[in-house]
Design a protein around this ligand. Sequence first.
Ligand code: GDP
Ligand code: IMO
Ligand code: MG
Length: 429
Amino acid sequence: MKKYNTLVVVGSQWGDEGKGKITDYFSQITNLVVRYSGGDNAGHQINFNGEKHKVRIIPSGIFNRNVVNIIGNGCVVNLEQLNEEFDMIKKTFINHGTLLISNRAQLVLPYHIQIDEAQELARGKNKIGTTKRGIGPAYQDKVSRSGIRVGDVGLPNFKEKFKKVWEYQKVFLKKMFDVEIVDFDHTYNSLIENYKKIKEQVIDCGEYLESAIKEGKKVLFEGAQGAMLDIDHGTYPFVTSSNCSASNVALGSGISFKYIDSVLGVVKAYSTRVGAGGFPAELLDEIGDGIRQRGNEYGSNTKRPRRVGWIDLVALRYAIRSSAIDKIFITLLDVLSGLDEIKLCTSYKMEDKSISSPPPTAEEFEKCEAVYLSTPGWKEDITNVKSFSELPDAAKNYLKLIEKFCEINVAGFSVGPDRKQTVLLEEIF
Ligand code: GDP
Ligand code: IMO
Ligand code: MG
């Protein structure tokens, strides 16, 4: 039941599901877009009017003039990167929306990037394959209570406070990894310069949102990464360092969870994963290579080739439960055109046992083999399809199988990267 005009858009797999595109699409009818977790480890590509744009930390509603975009307290923010990103948007897109930043968001500082790199090196063959943007170390500092928040930078005694933190990080980097920390004066001066550029945009996010929601404004909460990369519910330890699941919306934006009306899970028509970790439905053959090429499955920022696999309905059912997903939106359906057969992973086999939910440990997850259901593919180009009825029967059947095995409705699908290549099947917001 719709009570407040709020919607969560959350990734339901291992990230890169097309959340940015779907958020941008709904931003056309939204007042506010709020990021509630993650940092510039995210990378979203948004295409419209023949233009291609990228965002990392800025919410994907920024390409709509009337939208207020907020970086919530659950995020970690590299102010230098944020300013670079916003400057680029201002240069290339005049009618951009407003950007605000929570005073409680944690900062990603240059030494976090140094620690991220050093930790990955130390992990050797067990490395996670992080984006090396300092995300994990920034969240580590948040939890160990030695982080710096956006609101701290404006305080009169900030330099002293920052110096103490920097001294600690200097010893940590030297003793743990034999790495020299970045220069204090340079780091401090650059932080102050970058803070000055955004200081008028710093707000109390929870307070701001509470009044907006009560006024009946439409608020979209944009997830980064995906449910299977969630620090608690994902494929730990091959996950990111934040709760990207929809359950974190309230904590990561400072509102009551009672204000959340509904959750839309964005689901790629197949699976991809960047970085290490189990991937039962992975395709290591020419079918996978073909999907990677057609789907342009290379990191939007890091350019790393994404690992590709068939859709994993075991992981998806789990994400639907852990993120309280009400409806799903299938993206990149066009990429599957041309295949003779398409497979759906419906359960796993682990040491001769059939299991229907991802096991908790990485060791067990690595042992899981996908059990597939096979369905005929379609040859037609579907990139101009505008309704469900225009889809080839095999594509209709594919969507119906996903609905059946996950006991959920497909609320829409996407047949190309452009804003217009989006088919909405029911009103959800
Ligand atoms: P996000 O991180 O979830 O926002 O996803 P990314 O932007 O990292 O990756 C999704 C990629 O697929 C981007 O390059 C999009 O432009 C592209 N994309 C989104 N939807 C579709 C679609 O329906 N078809 C095709 N072919 N590409 C799409
Ligand atoms: P979007 O929002 C895909 C992955 C990294 C690595 C792991 C930990 O574009 O979907 P981190 O730098 O967060 O410590 O890396 O998480 N990862 C993503 N994979 N899409 C993302 O974001 C990701 N953000 C992090 O590849 O495996
Ligand atoms: Mg991405």
